[in-house]
Ligand binder design. Sequence first.
Ligand code: OGA
Ligand code: NI
Length: 349
Amino acid sequence: MATMAPSPPPTKEAPCVKGIKQLLDEGLDHIPEFYLLPAHNRPCLSQVYSSDQPPIIDLATLHGHGRSHTLIALAKACHEWGIFQVINHGVPQSLVEGMFLASRAFFQLPAEERMRWFSDDSSQGNVVYIPIFGRDWDDALVFRSTGNEDQSFENAPEICREEIAKFYKAMAEFGTRTCQALSESLGLEPDRLRQAGVQHLTYCKLHYYSPCPEPSLAFGKIEHTDPNFFTCILQDDIGGLQVLKDDCWVAIEPRPDAILVNIADMMEILTNGRFKSVLHRVIANKERPRSSIACFVGAEKTDIIAPLPELINDQNPPIYRETPVSDLYAVFSKDPTGKFALRHFSLQP
Ligand code: OGA
Ligand code: NI
């Protein structure tokens, strides 16, 4: 993908194009109609949540005699939860903290400045500001890989350019290590998932969830599954991310030393349903802004993915058909919740 210059600011000044941060800076004290969810989709804040937490995987134990135990725990986490927290992940804390500071600095820029990176087509350009995504109460800045080893993001906002280049590289390496561990947890060679299409870190999204005047009427991010293979999430100490486990929403307690990894749709297809693409969402809050960083490990748009032959036998016939990656993204772009995307590729009635 070619490196593109920042887009000029949009000429159309529809209220939603400015993004939530800007509307609040201008004094907004209620939810604009555009963001109001239909009654049946609104957050039920009194819902009973489970206090269970996703399993913690200590990557340091992969190199010692706890190795086989860790691989079993990893496979179990991906099957039962579709999400786990990684500690001793090898990404320096200073890089993570630097990235969060730089992200907050970007979202504090004057709106006209942020809008220099605006595009209403987020698949174009390798640095794109998305002040509106569906009805989510969220502004985001997206960095997309150009496929080169060395991502320098020369066209990124100066305020976060250096940080994103270092952070992206470290997260890409973490993505590769995680991918190898996932492969081995399936009893396969470390490189097997990569050979089957799991590529590099495709893009990275800096999220800024503004305080929401009426958190019972909108979500930071409405419930969805991700379309890619797996997503690595870093979050600040505010909280709000929830995952569905056994029909119950679990609020993930933030841990500054951990990276969350959630399994996404393409991985569920590749593992023939052994690893579960987890439904997740972000609750908005009234008091403080929340920052998170989501790093998406995906495939080339031209790839075709299918259940791995090694994971198929008489007891485990294929439950997904061969799926062009472009079809998956097409389904996702029609319904950004992606909630039922996998049904389109299922072989089961
Ligand atoms: C996403 C996502 C969660 C978060 O970007 O797909 O689910 O905590 N983000 O921001
Ligand atoms: Ni997600």
